[in-house]
Design a protein. Structure first.
Length: 777
C-alpha cells in the first residue's frame, strides 16, 4: 500500500551494511577500550513563460564586486565580540519567538501566489494542482539570498534592497496540502493531487524588496524573476555520468537530460552567483515490483540495494481468516519456520523465490494521465519493462540523488545536475573560502545513518572574472576535479580518500562493485566510499565554512543506532540513554554533534586534515560526560541540522529534532566559535575517547529563536547589510492525523495567537530589528 500517512524525515534510510576496513579498525580499538556503561503541470510551460518575461539576461561577465566573489561579501571585521541579545527560552508555543527588540514576519508560505494572476491562498479553497507552478511549494528548506542589480538583471553580491531569495521545497505534508488530505481511488492517486504534489516539490525563486528605512521585506509579486522549479522541470546532466548508459531513460535515451528535482534539502551557493540544490531522500519516490529481481543483473542489484531500492524476500506467514498476517503481542508478523527454524520463502510457479514489491512514498506512478501524458507518471516505476534502458524507466532512480545547479538570474537555460559531485542522499553543499588562484572545494554530507562526508575539489583555480558566469562557470568549476570521501582517525587526524576510477582499488576487480569508469564511481559513490574505507558518521547534514579561518563544520544530527549496529568511535563517540516525556527510552547518539576540521596547510586540495568536535547537543541537565560542551538552559539543544556561517563569522545552528521536543520546539542558535583544538581530550559516558572543543558559554552560544509546534527550523540566509535574516519553518503540525484536526495553526498564529482552526503551512520568515539595526550587531 502506498504510504499516505505523513512522511517523517527520521524514517531515514539505513542502507550502509558495508564492513569496510577502517570500520573494523575502529571497532577493534573500541572493544579494546571496553565500554564503561553498558501538463500544464510540467516544467515546460513555466520555462516558456518565464523566458518570455525575462529579457535582461545577457550572461555578461562583469563583476559588480570587490570582494573576490562570495555570497554575500565576507567581512570578519564586523563579527560581534560577544552575543548580547536576550536569550529566547525553551518553549512549546505555537509561534516563532525572537529576542526582545526583534520582529518576525511571515514572508512566503505554502500555496502563496508568485504571480498576480493567481489568487491569494485560502485555506477553504485549495487551488488546483497545476496552479502550484505559480505558488509556493511545501516543506521549505535550504535557502540563499542573491543581491539583484535591477539595472543589469544580474547578481550583485552587495545589494541588500533587491534580491532573489531562492529556497528548497523538500517534500510535502499531504494531510494539509490537499482539500481533505491525500486519497486513492481504486488503487490510484487522483491526477490533480499528484500534479499538486509534484509541483509542491522543487525550488522557488522569488524577488524580495527591503525598505531602506524600515527594513521591512516584501515579496515583489509581479516580478519577472519569480519562478518555480518543480519535480517536472527539464534538467540537463553534466560531468562524468552525463551521457552514460546508467542515465539512459525513455525520456532521454542518450542520458543527457531528465525531468525534475525533488527532496531538495540543504543547499549551497557558488562564488559566481548560482544556487545549488540537493536531492536527499530521493529513492523513496520510486516503485519496484518483486518480479523485477529476475530482470536485473547481480551488479544492478548491488547498486539498487545500497541506495535503498533492494527487494525483500516474500516469506510465508500465519494468516488471519481474512488473509491478513497474524501478529504477536509486539505487533510483529508471525512467520512460518522450517525444521531448522528458518523462514520459508514463497515460491512462484517456476519454483523461484518470490520478492515483495517496494512501495513509493506518494504513489505517483499510480496516476492516470488525462491532463498530463501518462509518461510523467510511468517514470516513477523503476521496473525493467522493455528491451533496453532507453525504452523504460529502470534507470530513473539514477537520474536523482545529484547536486543541481540553478542560475536564479537565467530562466532560459535548464538547471544542471552536476554529476562530478557524486550521487547519494545529498544534504547540503558548502563552498570553501574563495581565494583567487586557488582551487574551490565543495563540502557535502550524505544524510543517512552511517553514511559519509564528501568533498569535490575543482581542477580550475578561482578567477573572480567568472562572477556572473552562470552555467558556463559551473561547467568550469564543477565538471572536472577530484572527488573524495572522509576518513576520521581516532587521534584527531583524518584523510581524504580519493574516489577516482583506477585509483584506490576503484576498478573492475573491486570486490564491492565492478567499477568500469568514473561514471560508475560517481553514480554509485556510496559503494566507492565503502570500498576505500570511509568513516560511517551519525547522519551528516549541513556543512559550513568559517570565513575567519576556513575551518569546515558538519552537523551530525543524531543516530539511534550508534553504539549498536554502528559501534562508537572517536568522531561519533556517544551512546547513551535518555527519556522522552519521562517514558520512552531513546538510545544511541540521541542529541547529535557538530564536527569540525581544518585542511592541512589550509589548502582546499589537501588530502589530510585535523578534526575535533566543536559542539555536542545535549540537555542542560545531562551528565557532564554526555553534555560535554557544558550547555546550559540558555543554549541547550538537540539534533543540529541546518547550519551556516554568515560572512562575519557568526555561526547559525538550527534543529530538526524529535528527542527534546517534549520540552521545547525546534530552534535556531547563534554562535561565535573559536577554532580547532581550543578544547581538550574527553571521555564519553560510554567510555569512548574523543577530542572536544572549548566549553561554550552564554556569550558565545545563545538561543536566538524558537519555532511553532512540531516544526523544524531550517534554511538561513541574510541580506549583505546584515539587517534582515531569513529562516524557514518546515512542517509545523506534522503529527496531525487529519486535516480536520490540526495540531498547529501556524503561520496564522503569528499574527493571531488565538487562532485554533487555520491549516499549518511551511513558510519563510524574515526577522529584522525594530530599530532597523544589524542582526546580533
Ligand atoms: Fe532533509 Fe537530512 O534533512
Ligand atoms: Ca529527554
Ligand atoms: Ca536537513
Amino acid at each position: 500500500m502506498t504510504q499516505l500517512t505523513p512522511y517523517h524525515e527520521d524514517q531515514e534510510l539505513d542502507n550502509n551494511t558495508s564492513t569496510n576496513v577502517h570500520f573494523r579498525d575502529i571497532l577493534e580499538q573500541h572493544i579494546n577500550r571496553r565500554s564503561l556503561i553498558t501538463k500544464t503541470a510540467s516544467g515546460a510551460v513555466a520555462l516558456t513563460l518565464a523566458s518570455t518575461l525575462t529579457g535582461c539576461n545577457d550572461n555578461d561577465n562583469k563583476s559588480n564586486n570587490n570582494n573576490g566573489g562570495t555570497n554575500p561579501p565576507i567581512d570578519p571585521n564586523k563579527k560581534p565580540e560577544k552575543l548580547n541579545f536576550t536569550t529566547v527560552p525553551k518553549n512549546l508555543n505555537d509561534i516563532v519567538t525572537v529576542p526582545e527588540g526583534y520582529e518576525a514576519h511571515v514572508l512566503y508560505a505554502l500555496g502563496d501566489s508568485i504571480n498576480p494572476t493567481y489568487a491569494e491562498w485560502d485555506d477553504n479553497n485549495i487551488p488546483s494542482g497545476p496552479s502550484f507552478q505559480f505558488r509556493s511549494g511545501d516543506c521549505h528548506d535550504g535557502m540563499s539570498y542573491f543581491g539583484l542589480n535591477t539595472a543589469t538583471g544580474r547578481y550583485d553580491e552587495q545589494q541588500s534592497n533587491d534580491g532573489l531569495l531562492v529556497l528548497n521545497h523538500e517534500y510535502i505534508n499531504p494531510t494539509f496540502l490537499h482539500p481533505k488530505g491525500p486519497s486513492k481511488v481504486d488503487g490510484r492517486r487522483p491526477e490533480d493531487e499528484v500534479i499538486r504534489e509534484v509541483n509542491a516539490h522543487g525550488v522557488s525563486i522569488i524577488h524580495v524588496k527591503k525598505d531602506t528605512k524600515t527594513q521591512k521585506v516584501e515579496l515583489v509579486k509581479n516580478s519577472v524573476y519569480n519562478r518555480r522549479i518543480t519535480g517536472s522541470t527539464l534538467m540537463e546532466f553534466a560531468g562524468p555520468a552525463a551521457g552514460n548508459a546508467l542515465l539512459a531513460t525513455k525520456f532521454s535515451p542518450s542520458g543527457v537530460q531528465t525531468r525534475g528535482t525533488h527532496n531538495n534539502c540543504g543547499n549551497g551557493y557558488t562564488p559566481w552567483g548560482t544556487y545549488l540544490t540537493t536531492e536527499e531522500n530521493f529513492i523513496g519516490y520510486f516503485q519496484r515490483s518483486g518480479t523485477d529481481k529476475y530482470q536485473r543483473t547481480a551488479t544492478e542489484e548491488i547498486a539498487l540495494k545500497r541506495y535503498g531500492l533492494g527487494l525483500s524476500i516474500d516469506y510465508q506467514y500465519e494468516k488471519n481468516p481474512d488473509g491478513t498476517p497474524k501478529k504477536n503481542e509486539k505487533g510483529e508478523i508471525i512467520y512460518i519456520l522450517d525444521a531448522q527454524k528458518n523462514k520459508i520463502p514463497n515460491l512462484d510457479e517456476q519454483g523461484r523465490i518470490q520478492y515483495l514489491n517496494t512501495n513509493s512514498r506518494y504513489g505517483w506512478e499510480t496516476a492516470q494521465g488525462q491532463v498530463e501524458s501518462q509518461d510523467l507518471y510511468d517514470r516513477w516505476n523503476a521496473d525493467v519493462k522493455a528491451a533496453n534502458a532507453g525504452q523504460d524507466y529502470r534507470n530513473a532512480p539514477n537520474t536523482f540523488g545529484w547536486m543541481v545547479e540553478i542560475d536564479p538570474f537565467d530562466s532560459r537555460q535548464a538547471p544542471v545536475k552536476r554529476t562530478a559531485l557524486g550521487r547519494f542522499a545529498h544534504e547540503d553543499c558548502r563552498t570553501s573560502r574563495v581565494i583567487e588562484g586557488q582551487n574551490l572545494a565543495f563540502y557535502m554530507g550524505d544524510d543517512s545513518r552511517g553514511e559519509y562526508i564528501y568533498k569535490f575539489v575543482s581542477d580550475a583555480k578561482w578567477d573572480p572574472k567568472d562572477i556572473n558566469g552562470g552555467y558556463r562557470a559551473g561547467d568550469k568549476y564543477m565538471n572536472s576535479g577530484k572527488f573524495y570521501v572522509a576518513k576520521f582517525n581516532a587521534d584527531g587526524t583524518g584523510q581524504w580518500l580519493e574516489l577516482s576510477y583506477g585509483k584506490n582499488g576503484l576498478t573492475e576487480s573491486n570486490p564491492v562493485y565492478p567499477f568500469k569508469s568514473q561514471a560508475d564511481v560517481v553514480t554509485f559513490a556510496r559503494l566507492a566510499a565503502d570500498s576505500v574505507g570511509a568513516t560511517k558518521m551519525d547522519r551528516p547534514e549541513w556543512c559550513a565554512v568559517n570565513p575567519v579561518n576556513g575551518e569546515v563544520y558538519v552537523t551530525l544530527t543524531n543516530n539511534s543506532n550508534r553504539g549498536s549496529s554502528y559501534p562508537t568511535d572517536a568522531a561519533n563517540p556517544r551512546n547513551y540513554e535518555d527519556l522522552y516525556n519521562n517514558q520512552k527510552v531513546q538510545k544511541g547518539n540521541v542529541n547529535g554533534h557538530i564536527i569540525r576540521f581544518r585542511e592541512a596547510e589550509d589548502k582546499t586540495t589537501a588530502e589530510s586534515f585535523k578534526w575535533d568536535i566543536y559542539l555536542f547537543g545535549a540537555e542542560a541537565a545531562m551528565a557532564s560526560n554526555i553534555n560535554l560542551s557544558g550547555l546550559t538552559d540558555s543554549n541547550d539543544f538537540s539534533s543540529p541540522d541546518g547550519m551556516w556561517f554568515d560572512p562575519r563569522g557568526v555561526l547559525w545552528i538550527q534543529t530538526d529534532d524529535g528527542a527534546y521536543t517534549d520540552v521545547t520546539n525546534c530552534m535556531m542558535l547563534a554562535a561565535l566559535p573559536g577554532q580547532l583544538n581550543d578544547g581538550s581530550k574527553a571521555t564519553t559516558s560510554n567510555g569512548t575517547e574523543t577530542i572536544v572543543g572549548a566549553k561554550v558559554n552564554d556569550e558565545n552560544l545563545r538561543r536566538f529563536l524558537t519555532g511553532p509546534k512540531e516544526c523544524e527550523i531550517t534554511g538561513v540566509t541574510m541580506t549583505p547589510d546584515y539587517k534582515a535574516i531569513f529562516i524557514n519553518v518546515q512542517h509545523p503540525g506534522e503529527d496531525a492525523k487529519s486535516y480536520a484536526a490540526p495540531t498547529s495553526n501556524w503561520p496564522a498564529t503569528q499574527t493571531d495567537p488565538n487562532n485554533t482552526t487555520a491549516r499549518p503551512r511551511s513558510a519563510t520568515v524574515v526577522i529584522t530589528r525594530k530599530d532597523g539595526g544589524v542582526i546580533v550587531g
